[in-house]
Design a protein around this ligand. Structure first.
Ligand SMILES: Cc1cc2nc3c(=O)[nH]c(=O)nc-3n(C[C@H](O)[C@H](O)[C@H](O)COP(=O)(O)OP(=O)(O)OC[C@H]3O[C@@H](n4cnc5c(N)ncnc54)[C@H](O)[C@@H]3O)c2cc1C
Length: 422
């Protein structure tokens, strides 16, 4: 364990706010606290790992002109959505599609920690004992390491019980460096459904270019289970070939693997009075897309504003309840084969302004816009999924064994390919 100033101590640190888990969600909270006037707040971060460097790339859409501008790796006003039938270019104005690499996000959080005088505890937290007034954070041996008025807990953890649909968004990406101009940096490929489709689920590729010679090219599946290492490499090489990229002109500089839950299972955002869960563990991952970043960013701002105003650091739910219901229905329709994934997304983008679809996927549309969106999906399968979802909810209510079911997100398949293999 280490603490501020390198002091080792077995007495618990007394703070106002403890961040348990110091990854994406906590890094955004630290930067937001630094931006707001939270002077005098005593803060601790508990995480066995001090996250640094490039371990993930975040892509998301937002309105330009916010705190993320200085740390963005790239942003695009135009994106492409491709299906076997057509390639559609979408103008996102007034939104943008943006990419952030984790390194600058972690660096910014480290700088915020320094300025806020945060105590860092490099140990894994285990139990959080909440007496309603203070929370004691304990490590595996039961030792108390922190006592806090509030805990923001973003440790990865499974949902309260399994969902009715439990899918994974899983992917492998290569950061490709070309020997000459090969990519179009003015445009990203958001979703390219020309990839061979799995028997159950959806697959797509995408391209995020930061320059004409450097881009992240990724292969993604929304399916119930993972591929093998060789399976990801083959799918990604296939997508590279589909794009017409000559491998002899490319070097793989970095490899990125990930698994994100796509489920209607309940994540508990408030497990006890003074513990608030953030990030994926708190339900910030949108079930129908796996996108998480925008909700984490939104909630970080809400937490910081609340603390600056002397209020409890409890953000609004990551997504409105009706969005979680619509996602459960959409996931069910995709899973039970009623709706094809490429067709589903193609129709959404074909029949709605891009900014409406993207705001819907972020959970920020109005009910009237959602009705308009729903009207553009195929009626019969969506109706069948709606009825199936209602029946599933009823079954869950009357069958208590359902409440005991569990589901966990498996770790990503990490290959042994060296980035320089090309
Ligand atoms: C490779 C990858 C790419 C992604 N790309 C996107 C994207 O493009 N867009 C998007 O919207 N979302 C994306 N996501 C999803 C989501 O945004 C990220 O997973 C994000 O990092 C989630 O933040 P988090 O804080 O919930 O979890 P994490 O960032 O994983 O942080 C959890 C932290 O908890 C710590 N921890 C674990 N156990 C303990 C313990 N016992 N005690 C204390 N600390 C502990 C870990 O060390 C870690 O630092 C991606 C995810 C991955 C894995």
């Amino acid at each position: 364990m280490w603490q501020r100033g390198g002091v080792h101590s077995s007495a618990p640190v007394d703070v106002d706010l403890a961040l348990v888990g110091g990854g994406g969600a906590a890094s955004l909270v630290l930067a937001a606290l630094d931006r707001h006037d939270v002077g005098g707040l005593r803060i601790a971060v508990v995480d066995p790992v001090h996250r640094r460097g490039q371990d993930r790339t975040w892509a998301f859409w937002d309105h330009p002109g916010n705190d993320l501008d200085p740390v963005l790796a790239a942003s695009w006003q135009q994106v492409e959505v491709a299906t076997p039938e057509r390639r559609r270019v979408l103008d996102l104005t007034p939104l943008r599609y943006a990419m952030l690499r984790s390194g600058p996000v972690y660096d910014r959080a480290a700088e915020a920690e320094r300025r806020l005088g945060v105590t860092r505890i490099g140990a894994p937290a285990d139990v959080l004992d909440d007496d309603g007034d203070r929370v004691t954070v304990r490590t595996g041996d039961g030792g108390p390491v922190v006592r806090a008025s509030w805990v923001l807990d973003s440790r990865p953890r499974p949902p309260r019980r399994a969902g009715r649909t439990n899918w994974l968004q899983h992917f492998r990406g290569w950061w490709l460096e070309a020997d000459g101009p090969l990519f179009d940096p003015s445009r990203a490929i958001l979703m390219d459904f020309r990839t061979p489709q799995p028997a159950r689920g959806v697959s797509f590729g995408y391209v995020l270019p930061v320059s004409d010679r450097y881009a992240l090219v990724e292969y993604t599946e929304f399916t119930p289970s993972l591929l093998t290492d060789a399976g990801y490499d083959a799918a990604l090489a296939g997508y590279r070939d589909l794009l017409g990229l000559d491998p002899s002109r490319l070097r793989v500089r970095e490899v990125e693997n990930g698994v994100i839950p796509m489920t209607d299972a309940p994540f508990d955002p408030r497990p006890s009075p003074r513990v608030v869960r953030l990030g994926t563990a708190g339900g910030a991952t949108r079930p129908s897309t796996g996108f998480t970043f925008s909700a984490m960013h939104r909630q970080a701002e809400q937490v910081a504003r609340a603390l600056a105003a002397g209020r409890p650091p409890v953000p609004a739910p990551a997504y409105p309840r009706r969005h979680r219901w619509m996602d459960a229905v959409a996931l069910r329709a995709l899973d039970r084969g009623g709706v094809g994934g490429p067709e589903f997304f193609d129709r959404l983008f074909d029949r709605n302004p891009a900014s409406r679809v993207l705001r819907f996927l972020d959970g920020t549309t109005t009910p009237a816009e959602e009705v308009a969106l729903m009207n553009t999906t195929r009626l019969v399968p969506m109706l069948a999924a709606t009825l199936g979802d209602a029946a599933g909810r009823l079954r869950d209510r009357v069958d208590p064994t359902r409440r005991g079911t569990t589901w966990t997100v498996p770790p990503a398949v990490v290959g042994d390919r060296s980035p320089a293999d090309g």
